[in-house]
Design a protein around this ligand. Structure first.
Ligand code: GRE
Ligand code: ZN
Length: 320
């Protein structure tokens, strides 16, 4: 399929490059750096070859979210966003941008998001999970009340917020099993939990027009929605939100195919949330564009759904 749009597609700046190395496979390590910084050479070539018209670019992970000092986080986020804007300006027909946000300070994050949308023309934000505020022993999630004014601003801006994975905040359960921590499992467990916190705290009752995007075919949530809905009714301390998790998931969330190239998983997602809420992505350069695109182009779904997931949903959601 030609004309695909991808939206979990990463780049790095020198200040954030090393963040990605710990989780990349050995075959990636040697040229991950150049692949993260290059936009116009190898990356554009792969896009041409595999029918990707536009990539919405985002900073690598955890990057800004790992910086304990809020002011430093704001400074690096601004640098990354300005760099991205200047690169997009060279090929506005092929690249768009997601803002990196210094979530360590909710007010600064809202201000940077506004600047990125209104002045740099970005089409949303991508945030890499919880933020370390002051250090690793203070990992902050965004369902907290201090973030609600931030979410109000996001709703007003009217653009999506992509919640991207990072390693789990609590590593004790992974002790002795470091293979579980990264993209194999820990990323999805961490990100799925964060998404559930946002849904269950009532955030979408207060801001019903918020749009959250999650990657990796929904970080495991589509498979579990039904059981979560059923058993929340047993929660001894009650459940603070007004509606079922599956209702928020259907109305406030989109998911992408990033890094999860499997018909069975895609068809499960289509059955749970419908093809209108799923968007193609690769997760370049951690994943192979050719593998992602070749799988998607031949996945056992209808051609109508392929067009929606590959292109039309993104065009509508990001007003491209
Ligand atoms: C990702 O962006 O999802 C990612 C990383 C590092 C390793 C694997 C991976 O940031 O999928
Ligand atoms: Zn990613």
């Amino acid at each position: 399929m030609n004309g695909k749009i991808g939206l979990e597609e990463h780049f790095a700046i020198p200040e954030t490059m090393r963040d990605s190395l710990g989780f990349a496979g050995p075959s990636l390590m040697t040229d991950l750096g150049p692949r993260l910084t290059d936009l116009h050479d190898q990356r554009l070539g792969l896009m041409d070859r595999y029918g990707i018209e536009v990539m919405i670019l985002s900073l690598n992970a955890p990057a800004i979210q790992r910086i304990g000092d809020a002011q430093h986080a704001a400074e690096i986020a601004r640098r990354a966003n300005d760099h991205l804007a200047s690169e997009i300006a060279k090929r506005p027909d092929r690249f768009r941008g997601f803002a990196a946000l210094p979530m360590q300070d909710a007010e600064a994050a809202a201000a940077e998001f506004r600047r990125c949308v209104q002045e740099l023309g970005f089409v949303g934000a991508m945030v890499n999970g919880y933020s370390e505020v002051g250090g690793r022993d203070n990992c902050v999630y965004y369902d907290g009340k201090s973030y609600w004014p931030f979410w109000s601003e996001v709703e007003t801006l009217g653009v999506p917020f992509y919640l991207h994975p990072r390693e789990p905040s609590q590593l004790k359960p992974y002790e002795g099993h470091p293979w579980l921590i990264g993209p194999a499992y820990g990323f999805a467990a961490e990100t799925g939990l964060h998404a559930l916190r946002l849904m269950g705290c009532g955030l979408f009752d207060a801001y019903p027009r918020l749009t959250i995007v999650i990657g990796h075919m929904g970080e495991g949530l589509t498979f579990n929605l039904s059981r979560i809905d059923q058993r929340i009714s047993w929660a001894p301390a009650g459940y603070p939100a007004k509606r079922k998790i599956s209702e928020y998931f259907a109305q406030n969330f989109y998911l992408t195919t990033s890094g999860h190239f499997r018909d069975q998983a895609l068809i499960n997602a289509i059955l749970e949330v419908g093809a209108d809420r799923i968007l193609f992505s690769t997760d370049y350069p951690f994943e192979d564009v050719g593998e992602a695109a070749t799988w998607f182009d031949h996945a056992s779904i209808s051609e109508a759904d392929r067009l929606k997931i590959g292109r039309d949903n993104a065009k509508r959601l990001f007003k491209l």
